[in-house]
Design a protein around this ligand. Sequence first.
Ligand SMILES: [Zn+2]
Length: 569
Amino acid sequence: MVRLVKSKGAPRRWVARLIGAGVAASIAASPALADALIDNVNGIALDRQGKVIHFTGLLMTPQGKITKLLDDHDKRPEKLDWRTDMHGAVMLPGFVDAHGHIMALGFRSMEVDLSDTHSLAEAKAKIAAYVAANPDKKWIFGGGWNQEQWGLGHFPTATDLDSVVSDRPVVLDRIDGHAVWVNSAAMKAAGVTASTKAPAGGQIVNGVFVDAARQLIEKALPQPLARERDAAFIRAQQLLLSNGITATDDMRTTLADWLTIRRAGDAGNLRMRIVSYADSIETANLTAGNGPSPWLYDGMLRMVGVKLFADGALGSRGACLKAPYADDPKNSGSCPLTDDQLRNTMSRAAMDGFQVAVHAVGDKANAQVLSAIDALADTYKGDRRWRIEHAQIVDPADLPQFAKHGTIASMQPIHAVSDMHMAEARLGPDRLAGAYAWKSMLDNDVPLAFGSDYPNDDFNPFHGWAAAFTRQDAQDLPFGGWQPQQRITRDQAWRAYTQGAAYASFSEDKYGMLAPGEWADFIIVDTDPTLASPSQLRNTKVEQTWVGGKMMWSNGQGRSDTDRSGDSR
Ligand SMILES: [Zn+2]
């Protein structure tokens, strides 16, 4: 291990700050410097066709772009800026999570987390312990609850929560983020009474506010301070990096979220790549101007699109279905926007040059978005990459519509294993053919992008990856897999979690694979994922996470003694 020249991070940051990142990259490039080499790796990746390739060394520019993958028999260059020896460790491309909520992840990690509770009683005990441990918090926030996981058969109630906390408002998000459960003190603070009616597209059920009704509570919540937002962002970034995620799409980025990420970038604390989809056309215009922003901070941040909603979630029966819920025959969910409203909103975003990503879970919502795309595709030609987020329940008859305009299915494989029992109850057996139908998507030539929808589900990409080719949970159940005809191969799933997710945000020439010209975004792990059993794959430990040729996170065990860390950024 010889280190000849230390990385030149600081001057670059300076340039980026002074003149804006769009031009910074070209000015900051210093071609006089020689390459850097990460040697003696068990490198495993996918090529552009999705085939597994192996390599033993990764050569990159001083700026952190890959110049060449080396085999054992390739001669190593003599003149190098810097080299390190990984002692045979497994190197993989960094994962790309195509759908997450970065600020929500950060806040969630600092609030009461009910995602691991298996009964209402257990949840109450956890809330009580959190409240006792946080006597200074005026409001209690948290989430992750799932009445299905509790075996409750109905939503919890405000009375349930009052019995734990009555002196302070408590606001708890459902696991899918589409409902909040509150106590009486929170309703009082929000001015909600027994006579308050739910707005269109929402429901109020004994202290649980679903979809559009959440707004009745959320408008009353105190806004976090800038320093609380900063802390939440740093925490979320750390969590994602430690799970091997080097890039993520951030869905429904608010203006405050964007400013938080910009503050991190300005301070040199942005350590992973983020592509933002604004929560509204207004936010997109304010943050990016007319059309997508350039890459900021040397390829770390970009505002590229707008995220819209066509329905809610299946668990809270907010998903918009063509036929009623099997377990609630009077209810088909709700599509809050008319066909015209949806098409006009999508049109406004597309007119400004933004990529359009629309949340659609139910089969009716998916059909609504697909027909809007069909209507708009004549006007907005070229490479638009319309995205449907979740595409969870699709009428098999509508599948060909996806491929017609190259619409991307942005899906979350982990949802299938967390949802399978609930989905069967909601849909009945006959509608499962098009549920979480990754294989059908690929068979219909639909570009597939994988993510996790963190913090609403487990974002460990190894868990999602295993779910995609087994359709089994962490206990290897059900035997043979749930709806196993929709399993895809291990390599197809890996590709959707890397190249597919990068493609979904127009980033495929920047990251998503280990190939010349791409950023050196990779991870060092303890398991060969191509040989591992599903349970070994799920248990893979990330040891180091590198972004742009710099180590941005490590487990501190020091596999290589590099100090090419991201601290200089
Ligand atoms: Zn989401």
